[in-house]
Every structure is written in C-alpha cells, then in structure tokens.
Design a protein around this ligand. Structure first.
Ligand code: HEC
Length: 105
C-alpha cells in the first residue's frame, strides 16, 4: 500500500513536470484563439486597430498580457483582448510572450 502511494505520488510529480515543459507557444497561440485577432504569425491583425504582436519584446508582451488580464491596462481596445484572458494561465502567458518574441515582425 505504501509503495502504491509512493508510485502514485511519483507519477503525479512527473506529470506536473511534463506539463510545465510541454507549454508550446505556437500551439497555444492557435488553441487559445489569439490567432483570430492577431492573425497568422502575429503580423495580420483582424482590424487595423488591433496590434501586431510578432517580434515584440517577450518581457514587455508578458507584462501587457498580465496587466490586461488583471485590469491594470484598460483602454478603448482592451475589452476585446480581456475577454479571452481567462483562457490562459500566467505560465501560458509567459510561453506565449516568448513565442511572439521569436516571430518575424
Ligand atoms: C478578440 C480579439 C483578441 C484576442 C482573441 C486576443 N487579443 Fe491580444 N489584443 C487584442 C487587442 C484589441 C489588443 C490591444 C488592447 C489595448 O489596446 O489595450 C491586444 C493586445 C495584445 C498584446 C499587447 C500588445 C502591445 O503591443 O502592447 C499582446 C502581447 C497580445 N494581445 C497577445 C495576445 C495573445 C497571446 C492572445 C491569445 C491568448 C490574444 N492576444 C488574444 C485583441 C485580441
């Protein structure tokens, strides 16, 4: 019984690590609907008022997304973006920011 518990705990710990490493920015970008508004490769936003996000500084993009999510950043255009921010965790935001920073503007 004890060893079964230990195995279960080890499996859980392993699953946690795998999940943390498996955050794939490119996949998240499509899965979390980002592509719908910011366009393929972050270069073709849905409307001219939406920002191009390709090649953006990763730290900056992460901060903007966290601020939009928390409500610290709120202007005329923020509502559209804020509406989907419940779909992403802080860790996913970081992975997305890193992915965006590597795209060609
Ligand atoms: C419904 C449309 C929509 C969706 C979906 C959307 N965004 Fe946005 N996004 C916007 C708009 C509009 C802004 C500008 C917000 C503002 O002006 O405050 C923005 C802002 C941003 C910014 C900040 C840009 C800057 O230069 O400050 C980043 C980074 C970003 N989005 C990435 C993402 C990612 C990653 C996703 C997917 C999780 C996503 N967006 C989903 C519309 C959207």
């Amino acid at each position: 019984m004890k060893s079964t518990l230990f195995l279960a705990a080890a499996a859980l710990a392993l699953a946690g690590t795998v999940q943390a490493q498996a955050l794939d920015g490119a996949k998240l970008y499509t899965e979390k609907t980002c592509v719908a508004c910011h366009g393929k490769d972050g270069t073709k936003p849905l409307t001219p008022e939406y920002p191009k996000v390709a090649g953006q500084n990763a730290k900056y993009a992460e901060r903007q997304m966290l601020d939009i999510k928390s409500g610290a950043r709120a202007n005329g255009n923020t509502a559209a973006m804020k509406g989907v921010m419940h779909l992403v965790s802080d860790a996913e935001i970081k992975a997305l920011a890193e992915y965006l920073s590597k795209l060609k503007p």
